[in-house]
Design a protein around this ligand. Structure first.
Ligand SMILES: Nc1nc2c(c(=O)[nH]1)N[C@H]1C(S)=C(S)[C@@H](COP(=O)(O)O)O[C@H]1N2
Ligand SMILES: [Mo]
Length: 438
């Protein structure tokens, strides 16, 4: 999107500057609203004192020892959390299972880190089984000294760990103009966030003697059945790209690129080549199928744009969100995620009336570069219908657009990629929360 088409936050007034207030003020507001409703049974806890006084039961778990630990085990979530799963899309019915994807249950995520068993998956030809003892990453092309690295070699390089989101450019592609998906998992679940550990790609490129005035692009290719590959500009390879082997403190999961993947912060997930096998330095891009027939964006003039790498600023409310039901009027915490592939989140606004008025949400620390940022807003729901949405602003000044804003610079035809528009949920009179894309 060019600067002149950039939406601004002027227009509808921001009626509530909550973010400016000291953190304790918000807690006071929460306490005030829960005190105001105490006595009635409300979502924030029922009264057990006074006239309702009753004995606090001793539960069976207090009366006997628990299950003994297993001496060696990889821990799993409680059986009561078995509903928290990655799900395939419920919109596209795949005819085959090789090019497939499963989505993160964002409505069940707490904090900003996605647990490893819930990081979304996207692969073009299934998940390969790669023995790390046999795996080699080659670095060749326009370098002084072509090199190959075993996993042991890679683990000897100085490593770095960074918190970043990963988002597929196809995230939300079914819900541009009509609502197709019910839950936030289905509308936004090709999005996850992890702490990534690995070697800065620049260390390997420098070891091979790259000349950045000549070698301008790097072909990165996977060892999977699709041999998925992309051409990456050398500047990004030398500045932020990582050769990643671990995710949230443990080695990568097979589905996320075990034993080693490329990771490019802030850019469409497609460039973060999993099961990385080789990097070849050249003086121009390769114009692969993944850069011509796929991962391009239609423009209003009928042409298609190549190399739309950065995932632009975006946000979504995860609670309340589609498929949930409000439990009667009173206090609710609206919360969600904001992120930008171009920097940090600086503000998130919330609307409760379909975009007529906006109020500022609180951003929760840490607020990191190209990382999920959690926002919250304390809401006294009057029990009536509402249309809620969030709008994020990033450190470049970019404001998350509406679909109409995006249409000024792009054509929205069919299943378009790079959907970062403001996303509404409706609260129906019966309290059901629904996808409210018109
Ligand atoms: N080798 C290989 N790398 C790949 C892919 C693939 O199919 N093969 N899919 C890409 C796509 S489209 C995305 S969105 C991300 C998804 O990464 P994840 O499965 O770890 O979430 O991996 C990318 N890297
Ligand atoms: Mo993707």
């Amino acid at each position: 999107m060019s600067n002149k088409d950039m939406p601004t936050r002027s227009g509808p007034p921001i009626v509530d500057r909550m973010r400016e207030a000291p953190p304790s003020a918000d807690r006071r507001q929460f306490l005030r609203s829960s005190i105001a409703v105490a006595g009635a049974a409300v979502a924030t806890g029922a009264s057990i004192g006074g006239a309702n006084a009753q004995k606090l039961e001793i539960p069976p778990s207090n009366k006997e020892p628990g299950r003994i630990l297993e001496p060696k085990v990889y821990g799993l979530p409680s059986k009561y959390e078995a509903h928290v799963k990655r799900n395939r899309t419920d919109v596209f019915v795949n005819r085959q299972n090789l090019s497939d994807w499963s989505m993160t249950p964002l409505q069940h995520q707490h904090g900003i880190i996605t647990p490893n068993g819930l990081i979304f998956e996207r692969h073009h030809a299934g998940i390969p089984d790669i023995d790390p003892a046999k795996h080699v990453v080659a670095l060749h092309g326009m370098v002084k000294q072509p090199l190959k690295f075993t996993m042991d070699d890679l683990l000897r390089y100085p490593a770095t760990s960074k918190f970043h989101f990963i988002e597929c450019s196809g995230n939300g592609l079914t819900d541009w103009k009509k609502n197709a998906s019910k839950t936030v998992q289905q509308t936004h679940g090709l999005l996850s966030c992890a702490q990534w550990t690995g070697v800065p790609a620049s260390y390997l490129l420098e070891a091979a003697g790259v000349d950045v005035s000549k070698g301008k692009w790097v072909l990165c290719e996977g060892a999977d059945g699709s041999a998925h590959a992309r051409s990456i500009p050398i500047e990004k390879m030398m500045s932020e790209a990582m050769i990643v082997y671990a995710m949230n403190g443990e080695m990568l999961r097979p589905e996320n690129g075990y034993p080693v993947r490329l990771f490019i912060p802030g850019w469409e997930g497609n460039v973060s080549i999993k099961w990385l096998r080789r990097m070849k330095v050249g003086d121009q891009p390769w114009h692969l199928r993944s850069e011509t027939a796929r991962y391009t964006d239609p423009m209003p003039n009928g042409k298609w744009r190549q190399f739309s790498f950065a995932m632009e600023c975006k946000s979504v409310i995860t609670r309340p969100s589609g498929g949930m039901k409000m439990q009667g009027k009173g206090h609710y915490e609206i919360e969600g995620f904001a992120w930008s592939g171009n920097g940090k989140i600086t503000a998130v606004d919330i609307t409760l009336d379909g975009g007529k008025t906006w109020r500022e949400a609180r951003l929760e620390d840490p607020i990191l570069d190209k990382c999920l940022t959690r926002f919250r807003y304390s809401w006294d729901w009057d029990g009536g219908p509402a249309k809620i949405a969030s709008r994020a602003v990033d450190s470049t000044g970019y404001v998350q657009p509406t679909v109409a804003d995006i249409e000024k610079s792009r054509a929205i035809v069919g299943f378009v990629q790079h959907h970062n528009a403001i996303f509404p949920w409706s609260i129906e009179p019966d309290g059901e929360v629904k996808n409210a894309i018109a």
